[in-house]
Design a binder for this molecule. Structure first.
Ligand code: DI6
Ligand code: FE
Length: 420
């Protein structure tokens, strides 16, 4: 007998290479110990639903997709940056605001000296918004501490939040984000500290599974980032890169050189960078929220990614400065509207390719026997619709590792029955 059986659902997922949809009508899905144990047509079930499983949920004909995966967020932070946005809409640019003491450093001021518990409380409403929109796996970066104590507190807050909300967490040490003023005249010593103190502490306390760096004129150089990525790799952590967001510093090539799971942003990535990503199997993560809010006009090289078969994922980049975006489906809609992704590419970008961007392709992002039982039921007819509406909540129910999340109250309920 299975733990759970879901019937009367229309199962939809991306084809493995992300170029189309596979839809199974009148389908059923069974869960055993948090994993998918059976999936197929309802009429091929081995017996009556009540005989097959201890709990039976009837999906009401809804669309059932893999749980969504937000593979790039900075959702732990203090304060907000609504004033920065006001200045930007009046013509100041991101780099100038940052140089004048706004930007990342102002968030750092509001994040330092907060306890993990306090940081978790501040982040909970933002995380709940993501989860209500279908997210079951969530990457969270540190990066607003710029000192070891606060970076660790941010990562601890991410773990507290994941325990509270039952979300599959992938925590990342964003080791090089901005140079704190205390090190203004001593960049090399800051990088040394990251390598000699931060990375070992994070490994010892098992607080992160990956290390990220920001290569940019307003952030860190290729050489500085390379030193940190080498140390991260030697410490057994995965690596990823904020690359080519505001200018071309060969960020994609840097990511490829270190076998990064993902290179993120990529607006200014050059042709050699695209080829390097293709060779290293690195996922291109598109962040259309930051593109929108920074009023960018240079788009990531989507046609080249397609031509070289670089898998594309999409994430919210949820952060106070450049992407206060708390809906992954809206991020995917923006990727279609702004970058011209197809509906199938956008859907793969928040499921199968997002799983790959986190190194989780074997366990997440698809609906197959053995994968974690992470899925969503949607009040939608076709998965195209998930990346069509601008901010319309369609998610009815989410299930993460077999745990059912309470449906949103204004949707008609599911019928469920439990047998002895
Ligand atoms: N790129 C981003 O989009 C965020 N960090 C980064 O390196 C923005 C962070 C911020 O402005 O607070
Ligand atoms: Fe980011």
């Amino acid at each position: 007998m299975w733990d759970q059986l879901w019937t009367n659902v229309r199962v939809a997922e991306a084809t493995p290479n992300g170029d189309g949809f596979q839809i199974l009508e009148q389908a059923a899905l069974a869960i055993e110990q948090g994993r998918i144990q059976w999936i197929g047509l309802e009429r091929e079930l081995p017996g009556e639903p009540s005989q097959c499983a201890r709990a039976h949920h009837v999906g009401g004909g809804r669309l059932l997709t893999p749980g969504l995966i937000d593979c790039h967020t900075h959702l732990i932070f203090g304060g907000d940056r609504s004033l920065d946005f006001d200045l930007r809409t009046q013509g100041q640019d991101y780099a100038a605001i940052s140089a004048a003491g706004g930007g990342i450093r102002s968030t750092v001021q509001h994040t330092r000296d907060q306890s993990p518990e306090a940081l978790c409380e501040l982040a909970l409403p933002r995380a709940r918004a993501l989860l209500a929109d279908g997210v079951t796996t969530l990457e969270i970066k540190s990066g607003y501490g710029l000192n070891l104590g606060t970076e660790l507190n941010m990562l601890k807050a991410a773990h507290l939040l994941a325990d509270r909300l039952h979300v599959n967490l992938q925590p990342t040490l964003l080791a090089l984000h901005a140079l704190p003023p205390e090190f203004a005249n001593d960049r090399a010593r800051y990088v040394d500290e990251v390598i000699q103190e931060w990375i070992p502490a994070v490994v010892e306390q098992k607080l992160a599974v990956a290390v990220d760096v920001f290569i940019e004129h307003i952030a860190f150089s290729y050489a500085e980032c390379a030193r940190v990525l080498a140390a991260a790799r030697d410490a057994g952590l995965a690596v990823k890169v904020h690359a080519d967001q505001l200018s071309d510093l060969n960020g994609a090539a840097l990511a490829a050189e270190f076998g990064a799971l993902s290179a993120d942003h990529l607006e200014y990535t050059n042709a050699a960078g695209v080829s390097a990503l293709a060779r290293s199997g690195t996922v291109a993560v598109l962040l259309p929220g930051a593109f929108l809010m920074l009023n960018e006009s240079t788009r990531p090289p989507i046609a080249a990614f397609r031509a070289e078969q670089v898998p594309m994922a999409i994430a919210t980049d949820l952060n106070p400065g450049t992407s206060p975006l708390t809906s992954l489906t809206l991020a995917a809609t923006l990727a279609r509207a702004q970058f011209g992704l197809t509906a199938a590419e956008a859907f793969a970008g928040i499921t199968v390719h997002a799983a790959k961007a986190l190194g989780l392709a074997r366990t997440h992002g698809r609906l197959a026997v053995g994968q974690s039982a992470d899925f969503c039921l949607w009040d939608a007819k076709h998965p195209r619709e998930l990346t069509y509406w601008l901010g319309r909540p369609l998610c009815h129910t989410t299930v993460q590792a077999g745990r059912v999340r309470v449906p949103l109250s204004d949707h008609p309920p599911l019928s469920t029955s439990t047998s002895a």
